[in-house]
Write a new protein. Structure first.
Length: 94
């Protein structure tokens, strides 16, 4: 279920993250973060989201063109691919 955005959201930022087979930070831990939206902008390659130990066998699979929202956690999110390079778009709300 999508979050209903309220007009009290103070700020937002957007970023593009190049995702490879090595786990990398998608967003850093941030106690001021209200929420974050991830979008896999690649045409075919899946992205896996999770903690610093994320892999294709334990990560949350974000298929090409899919979106995932986190409105609860202030923890860091890491990402990786099983093979190749992908493009992750990140929209963060503060």
């Amino acid at each position: 279920m999508s979050q209903q955005y309220d007009k009290n959201t103070r700020a937002r930022s957007n970023a593009a993250v190049s995702v490879t087979t090595a786990a990398g930070v998608a967003v850093a831990e941030d106690l001021n973060r209200i929420g974050v939206v991830f979008h896999n902008a690649h045409a075919t390659e899946a992205i896996y989201l999770g903690d610093s130990s994320v892999s294709s066998s334990n990560g949350f699979r974000l298929v090409a063109g899919d979106t995932f929202e986190d409105w609860r956690s202030s923890a860091a999110w890491y990402c990786r691919t099983a093979s190749g390079t992908s493009d992750l778009r990140v929209l963060t709300f503060y």
